[in-house]
Design a protein around this ligand. Sequence first.
Ligand code: HAM
Length: 434
Amino acid sequence: MPTFRAPRGTRDLLPAERSAMLRLEAVAAALASRYGYRPIETPLFEQTAVFERGIGDATDIVEKELFRLAPRTDEGEAWALRPEPTAGIVRAYVQHGMQTLPQPVKLALIGPMFRYDRPQAGRYREFWQFDVEAIGDPGPAVDAEIIELADRFYREVGVADPEVLLNSIGDPVCRPAYVTELAAFYRAHADRLPPLERQRLERNPLRLLDSKEPAMVELNASAPVITEHLCDACAAHFEGLRAHLDALGIRYRLDSRLVRGLDYYIRTAFEVYPRDAAGQQSAIGGGGRYDGLVELLGGRPTPGIGFGLGLDRIVRVLEAQGAPTAPDPAAPVAVVVGADPAATAERLRVATILRGAGLAARSELAPRKLGKQLEAASRDHAHFAVIVGDELGNGQVQLRDLEAGTQKAVALDDLAREVARAHASHHHGTAPSP
Ligand code: HAM
């Protein structure tokens, strides 16, 4: 056992996984830009109140999963690591007066989040999200645009058949009456509620709806559904959203029990699952509308909508589907070797020249015999070995084409150009224009 290990619930992203994640981040950044979302980053920690107010006191995320940072002094502020980016982005929107910019303000953030969750497969204490927010547009067209963007992201990275679950969870006009009716329904069946759900009933009855407890699944099948209690404005919004999604050809499944785990949501709520996995705790993304959040965090009433997609889980899904998650790093074009094992400075200098010219080059820095150096070059699948010897005094090296088995002297001044030309013509059948 090593003395130190990564903290429980976290993991090192070793090169294979980090490369897979970087590929997703690159697709995310390119798509965000294509759709007009500009990059933003906020601190990894905020005043705890930003999350308590924004996400809600009575949510699992705040109640149980917040990583609180101990203040260093008595008068220190209470801080917590961000469990999600939306509250911090909205805090920044208010702080920087983005209400005066043309609306909506469209922002994208890709980065790590922290939740003190019980670690299990696909559930980490540090995980990465691709998040977008469109603040200042009441929808419903922008709601459809955001869902279409999420759907496109999964398809571009290669998730086979993502399934979008969609619901409207009403607003402060119609939801209270529904929640009262829902609570009354659960109270009437209190004897069937597991202890945890009985506690939740008094604080946040909506949460019982997406409980994964087997006893609850059965009970929930007969619970009142929100979509039958929507006010006219919410019903019209939901209808408008669906019409836009249909016009875009985006498939979704209506799920009247989808409620989401954050309190800021209003009207549109959605989650995405890998096909055939709905109902498990394996959402690969989720989002929705939060028209009250800007005001809650001190701004003028402003509508907003966004999503967060779970990059760690998407990497896992791609692996499980057997999809290639990231290309292997390219083999070096050239490996610099030398007859004098000790002449590491010369080999390094030649490799540096090639790298300066934009070529993938390695050099043997261990004082090993030439034969061993050449073996390593072949093992790396290098196209060329550059052999540095006495001729370097005359400004020359030997260029060996390891694939063709040919070798010739080349002036050091011409080396990079010659390697680039020969490599390009070999791999593309054409020489690059001079
Ligand atoms: P969320 O549903 O809490 O929403 O998280 C979004 C996604 O992050 C989840 O669907 C999941 O893929 C991933 N995720 C969450 N927790 C973990 C975990 N412990 N380990 C690995 N992945 C996880 C939000 O965070 C909202 N801020 C989304 C949003 C943005 N709504 C509006 N704008």
